[in-house]
Ligand binder design. Structure first.
Ligand SMILES: Nc1ncnc2c1ncn2[C@@H]1O[C@H](COP(=O)(O)OP(=O)(O)OP(=O)(O)O)[C@@H](O)[C@H]1O
Ligand SMILES: [Mg+2]
Length: 398
């Protein structure tokens, strides 16, 4: 096991495009770090640079104390678990796991000990004599991990290992990988574009956009204190709502009404003109149910669609954004791979709420949880820097 230190790594492919652009991440021994971001942001490239499958254009890569930039993959002692498990169909599960040990000409009794150890950890004992073709996707995944375990590598590297599985199995495997990583205590770098995987698996998460590290923080820090609009929009499902906002004094004017802000937030956003407010769906509530906050934190709005799910309710409230804000939100949507619908407010209400479609409803908003972003740089003006991990310098564009 070992720490991995990524220092100012740059990868330029043949056409000069920086797929990874000055990324620095310190991964502690035994830590589970996730690389996440939309398609093309450089996740796989960074992982392949760590494992040695891609040259490093500039910067330093250290495993433990040792600089490994110029070492071949097999000299780095890392185990990569690929998306397509690359199992040998003609070999049994046992021999698939044993494969790297056979290559290393290890003697049979030692091979047997390591394979049986791994297989019991992975609950593969009853499948050892079967062929990979007869296994489920999840079982194959575990065989591939078994092969990585027996090599006693210094770290595991995963590139979207679950993306071929169906949703239910993906959930199971996610838990299994998390449990296994904790049990083995092995340094792990895991690439995904799925923010649920990122939030549930990692000790820390590195959010990348176009080759640039945006924020490196624990899942909770990312969720509660996103450093910029991009991170705020990427982490969370349904995503954070973004609304035009104008602060004057201790009040913020939103499309639906004016809400009283905590003094420290108001102060940091004072005099900045038109801003973008970010509010997560669960920070709204049906005012008749909410038991916190005073009348200053409520507004009335016409709800156009209600989805009742039993334990909770989603309500949708359309709004208009002025052109400056609309343009910025459109760009954000493009950066995020255009998943979100951003001209409506999505709010998550208690299942007990009686708000119905078409109602002019009284909605409470938790003003302590409002973020205010600078629309030109995307910077979160109200971020709590002590609880936000490491945030990239603000860029000129979002
Ligand atoms: N061999 C290559 N030659 C030139 N450009 C490349 C090459 N491989 C990747 N790129 C470019 O580098 C950037 C990062 O690619 P990378 O595969 O690392 O993205 P990714 O974050 O893993 O995306 P995905 O989620 O789609 O797998 C992309 O813009 C891609 O077009
Ligand atoms: Mg990739």
């Amino acid at each position: 096991m070992a720490a991995i230190t990524i220092k100012n790594l740059v990868k330029k492919y043949g056409d000069g495009f920086p797929a990874v652009n000055d990324v620095s991440i310190d991964i502690a021994d035994g830590e589970f770090v996730i690389l996440v971001g939309p398609s093309g942001c450089g996740k796989s490239t960074l992982l392949r640079m760590i494992v040695g499958l891609e040259d490093i254009t500039s910067g330093d890569l250290l495993i433990g104390e040792k600089r490994v930039n110029d070492l071949a993959p097999r000299e780095r002692n890392l185990a990569m678990v690929f998306q397509n498990y690359a199992l040998y169909p003609h070999l049994t599960v046992y021999e698939n796991i044993a494969f790297p040990l056979r290559l290393a000409k290890m003697d049979n009794s030692e091979v047997d000990r390591l394979v049986r150890d791994a297989s019991s950890t992975l609950e593969l004992d009853e499948h050892l004599e079967r062929k990979p073709g007869n296994l489920s996707g999840g079982q194959r995944q575990r065989v591939a991990m078994g092969r990585a375990i027996v090599r006693q590598a210094d770290a595991f590297l995963f590139d979207e290992p679950l993306s071929n599985l169906d949703a239910k199995l993906r959930g199971q495997m996610r838990t299994e990988i998390a449990r296994l990583q904790k049990r083995l205590g092995i340094t792990t770098v895991y690439v995904t574009h799925d923010q649920t995987e990122a939030m549930t698996l990692g000790d820390r998460v590195a959010v990348l956009k176009r080759g640039i590290l945006q924020q490196l923080a624990t899942p909770r820090e990312l969720y509660e204190n996103p450093g910029n609009l991009f991170v705020a929009g990427f982490i969370g499902s349904p995503p954070m709502n973004f609304l035009p906002a104008e602060v004057s004094g201790n009040q913020v004017k939103l499309p639906f009404g004016t809400v009283e802000l905590p003094a420290d937030k108001a102060e940091r956003a004072a005099g900045k003109g038109l801003l973008i407010a970010g509010i997560r769906p669960e920070h709204f509530e049906d005012a008749s149910i909410a038991n916190e906050g005073g009348s200053q934190s409520t507004f009335r709005a016409k709800v156009d669609v209600v989805e009742w799910l039993g334990n909770e309710t989603y309500a949708y409230i359309p709004f208009e954004a002025p052109p400056e804000v609309a343009a910025q939100l459109q760009q954000l949507e493009k950066d995020l791979d255009g998943e979100a619908m951003r001209t409506q407010l999505v709010i998550n209400l208690d299942g007990a709420s009686r708000i119905r479609e078409g109602d002019e409803a009284e909605i409470w908003v938790d003003a302590r949880k409002i973020h205010l972003f600078d629309p030109s740089t995307g910077e979160n003006l109200t971020v709590d820097r002590d609880n936000a991990g490491r945030i990239a310098e603000a860029e000129a564009t979002v």
